[in-house]
Ligand binder design. Structure first.
Ligand code: ZN
Length: 284
């Protein structure tokens, strides 16, 4: 399966040229990057430890107050891996949220108190993403509260996008929070064929847009798959980066774009040189 997977990925890289990926987007010019986030870390110690042993800068989203969450967050940090809070949010199916859950009926004060306590329960959390949340992430006001807490603690936000109607990413951007949005769920069907198909899709997205965000879980089948798939990324010319690293790279790319735009404007000849025949669009 790995060989077939690698062939498929390399086949993709031969058919996409750098120039057609790049366009005007500086972010897409550099090597395609993939972020892999392992959600729901903390309930199962053995599965959590196996996921932590994955090679490279995988990112771990830890459930607050879970039986082994604190221990696994510390262990991840000691291994040089990045940690996030995986914050339970209200969902349309009324599934149980567990401790530290955020719901729409909470007052602003209580909502922020719970979120701050959740963050304190997960050491080294550099950002947060939603666990479930199909109900809450469609609501602008609670999402604004999430982003205000994120801002006060200098955190980034990853929208897990558990619903098409999520406004979390756009609220984060509006509030000036560094934000990412999930592209691919890796393992909601737990077969090797499905994981393989999803991973290939993620590589295609990374090649087209410069990066892709993949979310998986510490299931044994996922860990076994990623043990083989992550080393194969190198050969396919795709770089595995952590969520905070991608945030930083995107911020640098945005800054470069701004600087380039400014120096282009400064270097341009003054508009007085426009002739009448150039009048339309000479200031564009
Ligand atoms: Zn989750």
């Amino acid at each position: 399966m790995t060989v077939r997977w690698l062939e498929a990925v390399c086949g993709i890289c031969l058919t996409v040229s750098v120039s057609c990926q790049a366009g005007n987007n500086l972010d897409a010019v550099i090597q395609p990057r993939i972020v892999i986030v392992i959600d729901d870390v903390g309930n199962n110690l053995a599965q959590g430890r196996a996921a932590l042993a994955l090679p490279g800068p995988v990112t771990y989203a830890v459930l607050p107050y879970s039986a082994h969450g604190r221990l696994l967050a510390i262990a991840a940090h000691e291994l040089g891996k990045d940690v996030m809070l995986h914050v339970p949010m209200a969902n349309d199916q009324n599934l149980k949220l567990g401790p530290g859950g955020l719901t729409p009926d909470l007052s602003e004060t209580r909502f922020k108190e719970i979120l701050n306590d959740d963050l304190d329960a997960v050491p080294y959390a550099a950002g947060l993403n939603n666990h479930m949340g199909s109900l809450l992430t469609r609501q602008r006001v609670p999402m604004k509260w999430v982003m205000e807490v994120a801002k006060s603690r200098n955190l980034f936000f990853l929208d897990s996008r558990t619903t098409r109607g999520s406004v979390a990413w756009s609220v984060a951007r509006k509030e000036g929070i560094p934000a990412l949005s999930r592209d691919i769920f890796l393992d909601h069907v737990q077969t090797e064929a499905f994981l393989s198909q999803q991973f290939i899709q993620a590589v295609k997205i990374a090649r087209k847009h410069g990066s892709a965000i993949v979310i998986g879980h510490p299931y044994p089948i996922t860990t076994t798959f990623l043990e083989k798939a992550i080393p194969a990324l190198d050969e396919a010319g795709v770089q595995l980066v952590s969520a905070p690293a991608l945030i930083m790279q995107k911020q640098q790319a945005e800054l470069l774009t701004k600087i380039n735009k400014k120096s282009y404007e400064v270097a341009r000849p003054p508009s007085a040189k426009c002739t009448s025949s150039q009048a339309y669009g000479c200031n564009e």
